[in-house]
Structures are given as structure tokens and as C-alpha cells.
Design a protein. Structure first.
Ligand SMILES: Nc1ncnc2c1ncn2[C@@H]1O[C@H](COP(=O)(O)OP(=O)(O)OP(=O)(O)O)[C@@H](O)[C@H]1O
Ligand SMILES: Nc1ccn([C@H]2C[C@H](O)[C@@H](COP(=O)(O)O)O2)c(=O)n1
Length: 238
């Protein structure tokens, strides 16, 4: 009996405490790449909340919902079953049991996701899902999105807000697609950020207690190192 207690106490002394990391910022600032790498390095789970908003948008487009009508979106918001896998080495997302990881990245979904994610009934549903996933991640989790530090997990242990110039973000995104138009990519990013920042419910915003990291002049490795260091400092301090 005493051996068990001592073993548990020793484990509690050596295992790092579960940590909740919130990473927010506009599109193309490096949230997904950074969050996945930080989670993998620190042995944490990883949640891409943008993928969930994309998934519900994809389902609506496939199920005849008029996504220009907020009341139709609100009525349908509770219907799809969205399941997120949180392994940073291979995050997954399914909708009604179907793998949605590819289709949610199409241009059609990207152009409609801001309108769908602005509807309060959608946000209430997806926020509850995100909180339940974070609560179930026993060893800690990195959650990335637009409103994680402000709304979804306001008590997160550490909050990071990534930024980068529109030019840097457009260049990064254009680099992913051969032959893409840099100016059009930049305009599309700016338009989506304006919609995400301007909505009434839970807009894209930096939490008052978030650390802002401007990634414009940093390599991805430098950003990852910076965030790993910030999380480490926080763990030592608490
Ligand atoms: N610091 C960096 N320097 C250069 N390229 C980067 C940097 N950070 C990310 N990238 C690249 O930029 C692209 C966008 O990154 P990522 O998808 O992580 O951004 P994001 O903020 O999650 O975007 P979104 O919100 O639109 O999903 C990727 O191709 C990624 O490899
Ligand atoms: N916490 C979040 C995450 C994402 N969204 C919306 C707004 C984005 O334009 C869209 C897609 O996100 P991405 O895949 O580009 O990260 O989803 C949001 O409203 N709140």
C-alpha cells in the first residue's frame, strides 16, 4: 500500500503538469504548423479548431443548406456529428463518420467558412465540443484558432497570439499552391481576417493576457522554439 502511494508521489514529482496552450491569430500566421510541432515536442494533444468550422461548413454545403442565410445555418447547426482526432503526428477529422480532412480544404469551403462560423448557434455548438476535447486531454493540449484565449479556454495556462504581415502570409500560402496569384491570395486573406475580426460573436482577437509573437521575419523553426520556450518558462513559474 505504502509502496503504491510512494510510486504515485514519485510519478507526480517527475511528470510535467498537464498544460493548456491557446494559440490564436489571423490566417497564414503559422498557427497549425507551430501548434502541431509544439504539441509533438512537448508530448501534448493538438486541436485544430478551424478544421471543425470547416467541417460544419462542408457538411452544410453538401446537405443543401443555404449558407447565405444565417437562420438556415442556425437550424442545421446541431445536425452533423464532428469528431476530431488530437494526435499531433496525424490529426484527423470526420463528419458523420466520413473522413473530411481533404474536402474541408477546398476553395469553396474556405470562401464560405467565415459566414458559417459567424452564426451564434454554430459557435455555441463548436465551442462546447472544443471545451470537452480540451477537458478530456489528460496530458495537456495545444488548441489553435481565433477565439481560444478569449472565449473557448479563457483560463488556458499560456496564450500566444501569432501575427505576420499580409505580404509574408500571402507568400507562405502562395508557396503551397503552384502558380497561385500572390495579389489575389493576399486580398483573400485580408477579406477573411476582416470577416473573422468583425463578427459580433467571439471574433478573432488577442486576449489581454496573450503573448504576441510577430512571425514575419522568423522561420517556422524559430517560431516553434519561441513557443516551446514560453511554455517551458510558464511551467517553471507555476
Ligand atoms: N514562420 C514561417 N516562415 C515561413 N513559412 C511559414 C512560417 N510559419 C508557417 N509557414 C508556412 O505558412 C503556411 C501557413 O501556415 P499554417 O497553415 O500553419 O498557418 P495558419 O495560421 O494555421 O493558417 P490558417 O489559419 O489559414 O489555417 C504553411 O505552408 C506553413 O508551412
Ligand atoms: N477558433 C476558430 C477557428 C476558426 N474559425 C473560423 C474562421 C476561419 O476563417 C475559419 C477557418 O479556419 P482556418 O482553418 O483557416 O484556421 O474558421 C473561427 O471562427 N474560430
Amino acid at each position: 500500500m505504502s509502496t503504491t502511494v510512494e510510486t504515485v508521489s514519485a510519478a507526480a514529482r517527475t511528470a510535467p503538469a498537464a498544460v493548456i496552450v491557446a494559440i490564436d491569430g489571423p490566417s497564414g500566421t503559422g498557427k497549425s504548423s507551430t501548434s502541431k510541432a509544439v504539441a509533438a515536442q512537448l508530448g501534448l494533444s493538438y486541436l485544430d479548431t478551424g478544421a471543425q468550422y470547416r467541417a460544419i461548413t462542408w457538411w452544410m454545403l453538401n446537405n443543401g443548406v443555404d449558407v447565405s442565410d444565417p437562420s438556415e445555418i442556425a437550424t442545421a447547426a446541431a445536425k452533423p456529428v464532428i469528431v476530431s482526432g488530437t494526435d499531433p503526428a496525424g490529426p484527423t477529422i470526420t463528419v458523420d463518420g466520413e473522413d473530411a480532412s481533404g474536402p474541408i480544404r477546398t476553395q469553396e469551403v474556405t470562401s464560405k467558412v467565415s459566414a458559417v462560423s459567424a452564426v451564434p448557434e454554430v459557435r455555441t455548438r463548436i465551442t462546447a465540443l472544443q471545451r470537452s476535447i480540451a477537458a478530456a486531454a489528460g496530458g495537456g493540449i495545444v488548441v489553435e484558432g481565433r477565439d481560444i484565449g478569449t472565449t473557448v479556454l479563457p483560463d488556458a495556462d499560456i496564450k500566444i497570439f501569432l501575427t505576420a504581415s499580409p505580404e509574408a502570409r500571402a507568400a507562405r500560402r502562395s508557396g503551397e499552391v503552384k502558380g497561385s496569384d500572390l495579389t489575389a491570395t493576399r486580398e483573400a486573406l485580408i477579406k477573411r481576417d476582416a470577416a473573422d475580426s468583425g463578427r459580433t460573436t467571439s471574433p478573432l482577437a488577442k486576449a489581454a493576457d496573450a503573448v504576441e509573437v510577430d512571425t514575419t521575419e522568423l522561420t517556422l523553426s524559430q517560431v516553434i522554439e519561441c513557443v516551446v520556450t514560453l511554455v517551458g518558462e510558464k511551467r517553471v513559474a507555476t
